[in-house]
Design a protein around this ligand. Structure first.
Ligand code: SF4
Length: 285
């Protein structure tokens, strides 16, 4: 693959130690991600926020750290960061290490190979079934933890919210195969988007699919709306999504990005009504 020079970057460090274990993957170390930006292109992605400074088109102008595996191998060999026992997590908040570009470049796989000598457990969070490719490597670690993000089992809605990611059913298959391989595995059901996929019926479908696949947990979480392009999606979409959703047009403030009133589903629950979601239907059209 021919990379645009402006998208090449150097990884200065390979492994970073957290002050406290990460609350998502319960990891003490994080391997530098090979990429910044993400071809999965999730509309709600927190990585689009201004605070992370990802230049260019977040889902197309992916920054590639071609030397990441070498940087990880160097840090592992030095043993500088590895004075305590703790799991190593792959990735960062502004990328999915199994996004489409990884299929061609294989930098995540090389990074995992470089981590094998640590003898520490490994964890990864992804939306892609490309992770299945590396299960042979995960088996070389004392323990592996595969977390898969799924917020809806509605394929059409997922394709709108996460246009570059594999469909939910393919992600459920990752859980099934991870459990069969003896790895820990579960679902990060986040971010649940108010008025779009946070109703009980939608969440129940995710939970049922998770249970059927043998997931060890389903961990729900809310959406963040920091200033930036991610917030813009909800601001713009408020017209399209919420036009037919009645009185929740002020859910997301274009000015602050904060949720400023309860969603239609919240209101309906409060009124004792069912939890059908007109916002989701509007988005799916
Ligand atoms: S997969 Fe994760 S990092 Fe990639 S766009 Fe979606 S939310 Fe962002």
């Amino acid at each position: 693959m021919q990379l645009d020079e402006t998208r090449r970057a150097l990884a200065k460090t390979g492994l970073a130690r957290a002050a406290l274990p990460d609350t998502f993957l319960v990891s003490l170390y994080r391997a530098t991600a090979p990429y910044r930006g993400c071809g999965h292109g999730c509309r709600y992605c927190d990585g689009r926020a201004e605070k992370y400074y990802v230049d260019g088109d977040f889902e197309r102008d992916i920054i590639v750290r071609e030397n990441v595996a070498e940087a990880v191998a160097r840090d592992v060999a030095d043993g500088v960061a590895l004075r305590e026992s703790g799991a190593v997590a792959l990735g960062s908040g502004v990328t999915d290490v199994y996004q489409p570009i990884e299929k061609e470049l294989g930098l995540t796989r090389k990074t995992i190979e470089a981590l094998v000598p640590t003898g520490l457990p490994i964890g990864v969070l992804t939306k892609s079934d490309l992770v299945l490719r590396d299960f042979d490597l995960f088996a070389k670690f004392p323990a592996a933890f595969v977390a898969v993000t799924i917020t809806t089992m509605d394929e059409r809605l997922a394709a709108l919210l996460e246009p570059g990611a594999p469909p939910p059913e393919a992600r459920i298959e990752v859980i099934r195969r991870a459990r069969a391989a003896g790895f820990h595995a579960g679902i990060m059901a986040m971010p649940m988007c108010p008025g779009i996929d946070d109703d009980e019926e939608s969440f129940a479908r995710v939970a049922e699919a998770a249970k059927e696949a043998g997931a060890e947990f389903v961990y729900p979480g809310g959406v963040t709306l920091r200033p930036g392009r991610q917030k813009d999606f909800f601001s713009r979409s408020s017209t399209a999504i919420f036009r037919t959703a009645g009185n929740c047009t002020t859910n997301y403030s274009a000015k602050t990005g904060r949720r400023e009133c309860r969603s239609s589903s919240d209101r309906r629950r409060a009124n004792g009504a069912g939890t059908g979601c007109s916002a989701r239907k509007a988005l799916s059209r």
